[in-house]
Write a protein that binds this ligand. Structure first.
Ligand code: UD1
Length: 419
């Protein structure tokens, strides 16, 4: 267990290199279960969630090797088992359930531990299971484990009641080795799904409609290994953009600017200067933030994974901003912690009203989840005095060496190990 100790009000300036996307790396690692051949993934950061997914793969006898210095992950699933039912390990990350689609379609059988609820909402898996059932899986649940069986999956027309990211990914992976064509309508369009489709195409799957809400997958009998570079993390990029907007001038390298549209648009509305240049983007604090309204939506709408960080930015803005969170039912846990630092935030149901204040002051706060933790870092950097952020293992699930990256920009942030 560690904590971050942050001395606020330092002006930050410099360049930061954005790491590979956690939310792309996790499903792509699961997709490597679809083949006996070796897959080589580049730009895979050594994050806590990635390390857990690697342990999950090893628990089903997959050979993995993560060259952390070069961000390369090699995966070979030639001797993989169909049973990923280590409840304790599988319960550590929601993405563990992404092994269901690949294992089922490869072995005709899968035993997968149910992922638990989590602090930001109940996060059911009904849409995953409904989709897999449409492909022909027989499903039963017992003792916290889902058992899925089929002769061979058969392509089907699947309409998702909600464009769930994980359900879209699980269904596409299952469809990759199914007999015939699968069409997923109302599919999620997040860039990480496009990245998964690119990887599957390299493995030999025919996919149409990549990046749209209707994805067509033509199943294959056998898939080969592939080499693939994971896309840059748009949420890490967005977080550093907000840090630049709050505390100075930051140039981000290794970004895909088209994935950052909703964030750029809201920052410009708030009066932040942004210059895009190929694979880099520079964000500059222009004095005062004008508070604005935000509604989280599936991509290409404003990402729920950037909502807590934007709330932090608005605590010191001019005027009042309203956030409407439409994706998760309990994603305002950072508000109470920010109020302890002097913010003026009122939450009611899925809405939060943020009235800008003149100053925040440091105190002891707790990271309740990954993005709430990132929000606390932004506020700690903008507050007078010292802020201690505990439970930073949440932050380390999704941000690679964030303290080191911030120190290089001039931040005063220390990581302290605790008992
Ligand atoms: C992914 C991301 C996460 C992000 C989220 C929404 C990964 C590893 N994680 O999570 O960072 O916050 O997308 O952009 O990529 N739902 C159901 N039934 C289901 C599945 C989902 O009701 O079977 C609901 C969820 O409870 C939630 C909403 O749909 O309210 C969105 O969830 P989903 O898009 O599935 O998110 P994840 O894939 O879990």
């Amino acid at each position: 267990m560690g904590k971050f100790v942050v001395e606020g009000l330092k002006r930050l300036k410099g360049d930061v290199k954005i790491s590979g996307s956690k939310n792309s790396a996790l499903p792509i690692m699961a997709a490597a279960l679809l083949t006996e051949d070796e897959c080589i993934l580049e730009n895979v950061p050594s994050l806590r969630d990635v390390n857990i997914m690697e342990r999950i793969l090893r628990s089903v006898l997959v050979k993995t090797e993560h060259e952390e210095k070069r961000d390369i992950m090699k995966i070979k699933a030639d001797e993989a088992l169909f049973s990923a039912d280590n409840n304790e390990l599988m319960g550590k990350i929601r993405a563990s359930f992404l092994t269901a689609g690949p294992l089922l379609s490869r072995f005709g059988r899968a035993r997968i531990s149910l992922p638990g609820g989590c602090s930001i909402g109940s996060r059911p898996i009904d849409l995953h299971l409904k989709g897999l059932a449409k492909l022909g899986a027989e499903i039963s649940k017992e003792f916290g484990v889902v058992e899925l069986k089929c002769e061979r999956l058969k392509g089907a027309e699947i309409y998702l009641d909600f464009p769930s990211v994980g359900a879209t990914e699980n269904i596409i992976m299952a469809a990759a080795l199914a007999d015939g064509v699968t069409t997923v309508s109302n599919a999620a369009m997040e860039p990480e799904i496009g990245d998964l489709c690119s990887f599957l195409q390299k493995m030999g799957v025919e996919i149409y409609g990549k990046g749209t809400d209707t994805i067509k997958v033509v199943g294959c009998r056998r898939l080969s290994g592939a080499v693939h570079q994971v896309i840059p993390d748009r949420i890490e990029a967005g977080t550093f953009m907000l840090i630049g907007a709050a505390c100075g001038e930051i140039r981000l390298d290794n970004v895909m600017t088209e994935h950052l549209r909703p964030i750029v648009s809201k920052l410009k509305e708030a009066g932040v200067e942004i210059v895009e240049d190929g694979e880099s983007v520079t964000v500059k604090n222009m004095g005062c933030i004008r508070n604005t309204d935000i509604k989280t939506m599936p991509y290409p709408g404003f990402p729920t994974d950037m909502q807590p960080q934007f709330m932090s930015l608005m605590t010191l803005g001019q005027g009042t901003g309203v956030i409407n969170e439409t994706i998760f039912e309990n994603r305002f846990m950072q508000a109470g912690e920010l109020n302890r630092m002097g913010a003026d935030i009122k939450t009611e149901g899925s809405s939060a009203i943020i009235r800008g204040v003149d100053r925040l002051t440091g105190t002891n706060v707790r990271a309740t989840d990954l993005r709430a933790g990132a929000a606390l870092i932004i506020s700690a950097l903008s507050a007078e005095g010292t802020t201690e952020i505990s439970d930073i293992y949440h932050i380390e699930r999704g941000y690679f060496k964030i303290d080191e990256k911030l120190r290089r920009l001039g931040a005063d942030i220390r990581r302290v190990d605790q008992e």
